[in-house]
Design a protein around this ligand. Structure first.
Ligand SMILES: Nc1ncnc2c1ncn2[C@@H]1O[C@H](COP(=O)(O)OP(=O)(O)OP(=O)(O)O)[C@@H](O)[C@H]1O
Length: 312
């Protein structure tokens, strides 16, 4: 797969706006996907993910702003772009009546150097249903076939829309491994997902959008660390003097005994803070047990930012 290694981003959207009547679906959005990396676009229902992706794929023209994909304008250079991107077909795309193998071969025919369809069917665990029509496949099989269709042409960039929705745990891991392999091959991936663990597991960069705007972006680690009210909990004999521990810690940290013998230190937990707490316990000859650091998950961050659960 001949991805651009010049350092130019695989995809860049700048100040993009899309309106439907008086409803602004995308409202001045900026996005940048580095070549050979995975970007996860997250947002509650109606946040503007599909509209954004469809503008990047060239299915919709923005009302304002600029989108560049592999250095091309997705609308005016659509023919050239189509040969270099992979898109997951929903509902079988143009061929819902075609058999699985036939459908994959049709998609492969658009590429000068496709992956061998028979090999890909096997890799996706679909050999046994190669002769089944798309509409008769199970939801999970359809999902895997759609993914196979998106990558069979060895694209430089793939758009994956909830690639593991409805898959069982085994199939999900298989798809995650495949997406990882795409990145290893230098393919850029724009992923939309409702699954926080999927974003955390796969994405180099996460962009959370709401009401058509970016509300946060960064690596999954950055996002869960940023502004995190992390907690350190431990057990020790009841009645320790938390005011004394407070003096040993920087001013912004709060500590208390939540129930007799259970202690909580609130604030970003760094290696130094952990060392300070254990050193203080050692100083007063107390053994802290059940020490654990509770960090925020991407899901917590998402909820804080959007005020909504994923499937609202
Ligand atoms: N064709 C359309 N005509 C009118 N309004 C639309 C159209 N498509 C989307 N919208 C509206 O634009 C906003 C963004 O929709 P979009 O489908 O991009 O969100 P999304 O983040 O993909 O949501 P979901 O997670 O539910 O798929 C929503 O308010 C939606 O109702």
């Amino acid at each position: 797969m001949n991805a651009d290694r010049s350092g130019a981003p695989a995809l860049r959207a700048t100040g993009v706006v899309k309106r439907y009547g008086d409803r602004t679906a995308v409202d001045g959005l900026d996005l940048e996907l580095e070549t050979g990396t995975i970007l996860a676009l997250l947002g509650p229902n109606g946040a503007g993910k599909t509209t954004t992706v469809e503008m990047c794929e060239g299915f919709l023209a923005p009302d304002a702003g600029r989108v560049e994909v592999l250095g091309l304008d997705p609308v005016t250079d659509n023919d050239a772009l189509r040969r270099r991107i992979g898109v997951m077909l929903q509902g079988g795309g143009a061929y819902p009546g075609a058999r699985a193998e036939e459908m994959l071969r049709l998609c492969a025919a658009y590429s000068a150097d496709p992956i061998d369809p028979a090999w890909l069917l096997d890799a996706m665990g679909l050999t046994d249903c190669a002769r089944t029509s798309f509409r008769r496949l199970s939801g999970g099989q359809q999902q895997r076939l759609s993914l196979a269709c998106a990558i069979v042409g060895r694209p430089d960039l793939v758009f994956l829309d909830e690639p593991t929705a409805g898959l069982d745990a085994h199939a999900r891991i298989m798809v995650w491994e495949l997406i990882d392999r795409l990145r290893d091959d230098g393919v850029s991936v724009l992923l939309t997902t409702h699954l926080m663990d999927e974003a955390e597991e796969l994405a180099d960069q996460v962009v959370i959008i709401d009401n058509g705007r970016v509300v946060a972006s960064g690596t999954p680690k950055d996002l869960t660390r940023r502004g995190a009210e992390n907690e350190l909990r431990f057990s020790a004999p009841r009645g320790l003097d938390m005011a004394m521990l407070g003096l040993a810690l920087p001013e912004e940290y709060r500590c208390c005994e939540t129930t007799p013998g259970a202690y909580l230190v609130r604030g970003p937990v760094t290696p130094q803070i952990l060392a300070t707490v254990t050193a203080w316990c050692a100083q007063i000859d107390v053994l802290a047990t059940d020490l654990r650091v509770e960090t925020r998950s991407l899901s917590d961050v998402f909820l804080d930012l959007t005020g909504r659960a994923l499937r609202s």
